[in-house]
Design a protein around this ligand. Structure first.
Ligand code: SF4
Ligand code: ZN
Ligand code: ZN
Length: 305
């Protein structure tokens, strides 16, 4: 197969775009998609101070690489979750990448906050992934606010977004449907959150990371059940195989016509106030979710002593 642009040997075939590219033209295509994603949704400008959440996986490292290449002011943030070998390898991948690319990096160690994930898992009765998600969101936002960043960027790609949209739709979760999208506005106590890879699939990001020689980390989290999202993703993959281009149409259609409706429904419903312990904005009565988790972890430690 030949590259659509320069007619050299193609290295990446993209069925949903009905095309194929050589290495150089694919990297240009990837850059253009990121620029379009940023400009069409007004995600950020070159004046923003951008904090990029780095897990050590291909998406977040590819995002940091591309934003730096496009001249954005980026700093990485890695949360060390304290999950044995998996966290050690993730942290190493992020540190090696930032060192090699001469990019600034902040690392927040959850063990020093008494919130290493294995300890949280032991103290809580509910599924660990939802608590882990809350803790991650809390620290990404907190570090961004404390350090004066204007934007927090995450590596969610089109497949992540479509699977989430599908999941929210299956449950008709109007609250999440009103908020989902590549840009979540800054408001009191919350930094603006953006997803510049929303136009690119997992396959495209993996190819970018491979062609740019980005070393990512593969050790899966031992607590991952991996169940529900992978089912939704494989259903959407099947749909895309049968009807190329359907994923991006579904997502863009939602952004244009679905989200505004759900957002207006939800606009009046949530009132936030400051957490009595840490001051973080929360809709809970007194303590925010993370302070409540911290209390439960401390209680478990006292009971054990
Ligand atoms: S799989 Fe592991 S890292 Fe991911 S949310 Fe669950 S506990 Fe956290
Ligand atoms: Zn080419
Ligand atoms: Zn709190």
């Amino acid at each position: 197969m030949k590259c659509r642009i320069c007619k050299r040997e193609a290295r990446v075939a993209l069925k949903s775009h009905n095309t194929a590219f050589c290495e150089t033209c694919f990297l240009e295509f990837f850059s253009r998609q990121v620029s379009r994603a940023i400009e069409s949704q007004g995600l950020m400008t070159h004046d923003d101070r951008v904090l990029v959440a780095l897990s050590g996986g291909k998406d977040s490292l590819a995002l940091m690489h591309e934003l730096a290449r496009q001249g954005y002011h980026v700093t990485g943030l890695h949360l060390d979750l304290g999950i044995g070998k998996s966290s050690r390898l993730a942290r190493e991948a992020v540190e090696d990448f930032c060192h090699k690319e001469h990019l600034s990096l902040l690392v927040k160690d959850l063990a020093s906050e008494h919130l290493a994930i294995p300890g949280v898992k032991e103290a809580l009765r509910r599924p660990i992934c939802s608590a882990c998600g809350s803790i991650k969101r809390y620290y990404f936002n907190k570090v961004a606010m404390d350090e004066g960043f204007t934007v927090l960027a995450t590596g969610h790609n089109l497949d992540d977004e479509v699977a989430r949209l599908f999941s929210n739709t299956l449950r008709w979760d109007t609250c999440y449907l009103g908020q989902q999208g590549p840009r979540l506005e800054a408001e009191d106590g919350f930094v603006r959150k953006v997803k510049p890879l929303w136009r690119l699939t997992e396959y495209e990001t993996a190819n970018y990371a491979f062609l740019c020689n980005i070393q990512t980390h593969y050790a899966p989290c031992p607590f991952s059940s991996g169940a529900s999202f992978s089912v939704l993703k494989s259903l959407m993959q099947r749909l895309e195989f049968l009807m190329p281009g359907r994923k991006i149409d579904f997502y863009q259609g939602f952004l244009k016509r679905g989200r505004p409706v759900f957002a207006s429904l939800e606009a009046q419903r949530t009132t936030l106030h400051a957490c009595a312990q840490c001051g973080y904005p929360t809709s809970a009565d007194e303590l925010c979710q993370v302070c409540r988790i911290r209390e439960q972890v401390a209680k478990k430690r006292t009971n054990k002593a």
